[in-house]
Ligand binder design. Structure first.
Ligand SMILES: [Zn+2]
Ligand SMILES: [Zn+2]
Length: 354
């Protein structure tokens, strides 16, 4: 077990009796015996490695790069696991599946869930070999399929398509549920997959969102964040990674909607625990590192939109600009970020220069 002094940051979400979006976060510790689900966002540097644990049953989603396989395997065994009920490979990129062969060869694994692609790297082939060699039951991820472990379930929400240009959008997206608490784990799913999930009319509301693609601006579109309305976001990425993850655009959107975000590059391994009603977080690092902690700021589900475009002129402004203020309400279109306005074909106002 980690020798680092663990910090317990406990927050409560009280769903109102009417079922509307009234949150009252406050600090409370959940007694160990009452914890029904733990979600461990293991610090695997630049990559993903997530262990789900409920009543002695374990599910692993990804295992970081190849050199993180032993770290993840040790972590699982330190949790007292002698088997994994399910292993999910979200998509065949090395920062997700590199460590999986080590894990599957090192612990009894019952089922392996993934989406078939044309990936043929030796890293991916090694995972499939390990599945084969250890007689692990191979399951094709099918949207809508639901699996149970302990007191929790996970349901597959994506991928909805099968012709993507990169592997990221093939990511197996899962909604993990325990009682009233939901975690949305998106692998590296990008805006294209996010849009498909929204268009499919799936219920995407979740208390905790693991941001897609390590907090990259290719994921976490404003529309998706509004559909998920997470109180907490987890970003799994490596310190000073080559990609600049997480991107400022993502961080900005999370801040604007009052969502507390926790990063593995600054906090190390992050563990979320729930009794099905309340949530608490434990991290490797000191509380001062949780600079974005914002107890009492309940997400409204509305991103405080800052940019306003004119539907007729296709010019966009800062909300403070006189050009925005004088605009007829019915001509207004709102954007969370500059990039989204530009993407939508709007040009910046020459006065406020957004
Ligand atoms: Zn990745
Ligand atoms: Zn990827």
């Amino acid at each position: 077990m980690k020798k680092l002094l663990c910090l317990l940051l406990t927050l409560i979400i009280l769903l109102s009796v009417t079922g509307c979006d009234l949150f009252s976060p406050k600090e409370q510790e959940i007694a160990d015996e009452n914890v029904k689900l733990r979600v461990h966002f293991i610090d695997v540097g630049q990559g993903d490695g997530i262990l789900l644990e409920s009543r002695g049953e374990f599910v692993l989603i990804d295992a970081g790069e190849k050199d993180k396989g032993s770290t993840v395997l040790k972590y699982i065994k330190d949790r007292g696991a002698d088997s994994l009920k399910y292993v999910i490979a979200t998509h065949p990129h090395s920062d997700h599946i590199g460590g999986l062969s080590k894990v599957i060869n090192g612990i009894d694994t019952e089922n392996f869930i993934t989406v078939e692609t044309d990936q043929s790297t030796s890293t991916w082939m090694n995972v499939l070999k390990a599945v084969d060699k250890n007689d692990v039951n191979y399951i094709d991820a099918v949207v809508g399929d639901k699996y149970t472990f302990g007191d929790a379930t996970f349901t597959i929400l994506a991928p909805l398509g099968n012709h993507y240009s990169g592997y990221n959008n093939y990511s197996v997206v899962t909604m993990v549920q325990c009682g009233d608490i939901r975690f949305l784990l998106t692998g590296d799913a990008e805006k294209e997959s996010e849009k498909e999930m929204i268009d499919a009319g799936e219920d995407l509301r979740a208390d905790v969102l693991k941001c897609g693609h390590h907090g990259s601006s290719t994921s976490s579109s404003a529309a998706f964040l509004k559909a998920v309305r997470p109180s907490y976001a987890i970003i799994s990425c490596g310190k000073n990674n080559d990609y600049g993850h997480p991107h400022q655009e993502t961080i900005k959107k999370l801040k604007l909607m009052g969502c507390t975000y926790l990063r593995t590059d600054t906090l190390g391994t992050i563990v979320a625990s729930t009794d099905g009603e309340y949530l608490s977080f434990t991290t490797d690092k000191g509380k001062s590192e949780i600079a974005t902690y914002s107890a009492g700021v309940a997400p409204t589900g509305e991103i405080a939109l800052e940019y306003i475009g004119n539907k007729n002129s296709h010019v966009f402004h800062y909300a403070e600009c006189s050009g925005a203020k004088s605009m007829n309400e019915k001509n207004k279109v709102r954007f969370a970020t500059r990039e989204e306005a530009v993407e939508a074909g709007y040009t910046p106002c020459s006065q406020c220069n957004p």
